[in-house]
Each structure stands twice: as structure tokens, then as C-alpha cells.
Write a protein that binds this ligand. Sequence first.
Ligand code: GAR
Length: 208
Amino acid sequence: MLNITVLVSGGGTNLQALLDAQSRGEIQNGQIHCVISSNPNAYALERAKKAEIDTEVILRKTFETAEQYDQALVELLKKHDTDLIVLAGFMTIIGRAVVEAYPNRIVNVHPALIPSFCGKGYYGLRVHQAALDAGVRITGATVHLVDEVCDGGAILMQKAVEVRQDDTPESLQRRVMEQAEWKLLPQAVSLICQGKIQVQNGKAIIKE
Ligand code: GAR
């Protein structure tokens, strides 16, 4: 059984999707046992408390350097015996020390079809604004492993979502969450926990 720690910063709807999947028995061989937030006011923390899951808050600004922050985050993850880290709307960039401590053991959900609308500066509503600005007809979500490159690790799952002509960033975000993110993230986490994902030459192979 893998101990899962979920990292959050905001509303926590992806965390909620994971918690709901867990209560339906859909996260096989994994258990969410800790939620770490980069924001003390994140509603995600309320969701975790309601589910009786341990919570922690770690603020980047309380550390002088990114290296000190990364070290403290690794210590916190180890304190909670973390086997698998899920970035579910986590808005602080994590550095090399964290990636090296958890190789192929960090998964992220991104609200676009990588390699479109991703990398530094593309997060939250900005991703959907960029998709609308580009006039794409299709966007979606990607669940991927995390390496040192922002939004650059092996892709695990993707799902396309229609863009409508009257969409706002908010309406598009909601559709991408409902139709893609909340479904893909629990599925991908369960596959990792069951040892069904292998990485070869930077690409993920899923053993069904
Ligand atoms: C989600 O759409 C997630 O994909 C995105 O932030 C939102 C968090 O919502 N993450 C990123 O943009 C990371 N680059 P939530 O707190 O309700 O899960």
C-alpha cells in the first residue's frame, strides 16, 4: 500500500475527486494520508480536515532560497512516510531536491493538452485564457510525471475537451475539470499505486 501525500494551493476540487475515488475504493493499493498546502487559507485544507486527513502548510516565502524550501519540503514529505506525491493544483514550483528524492513518484495534473499551453507562467485560469486567446477548438487535461522541467515529465493520460465560442476562462476551466481532470487524476494515481506504469526513454508505458 503506497502512502499518498497530496500537495494543494487552492480550492482543492482535484483533491476532492481523489478523496471521493478513495471512498468508492477506486484508488487501489494507495491511501491518501496527508495534504500539504502552500496557502494557509486554501479551501482544500477544509476538504482534507473533513475527510480526517493530516494537514500541513509550508510557505515558500518563509525560506530564503529555493534550495532551503525544497529541503524542508522533502523533510515534511518524509516525516509523513510519503511514497507518492500528487500535485493537485499546487502553485509553487518544486525543485531538483524533491524530484531526486521521489523519482517517478510525483504526479501532476495540468489543465491543457501538453505540450500546448504549459511551462512556466501557465497555471490555473491563465492556461484557459491562453487557449481562448489562441482560438483552439479543443483543449483538455494532462496527467504526467514530474521531472526537473516544468510540465515536462512523461505523459500518463490525456483527455480532450471541446472549447465553445462563448467560453470564458472560468467556464472552460469548469468543463476541463468536470470532463477530464477529476476523472483522469484518480485513474492515473491508482495505476501508479498498482505498479502498472513504467518509464522507458522518458515515455510512460501502461501495463493493463
Ligand atoms: C486545476 O485546474 C489544475 O489543473 C490547475 O489548477 C487547478 C486547481 O484546481 N493546476 C495548474 O494549473 C498547475 N500548472 P483545484 O484546486 O480545484 O484542484
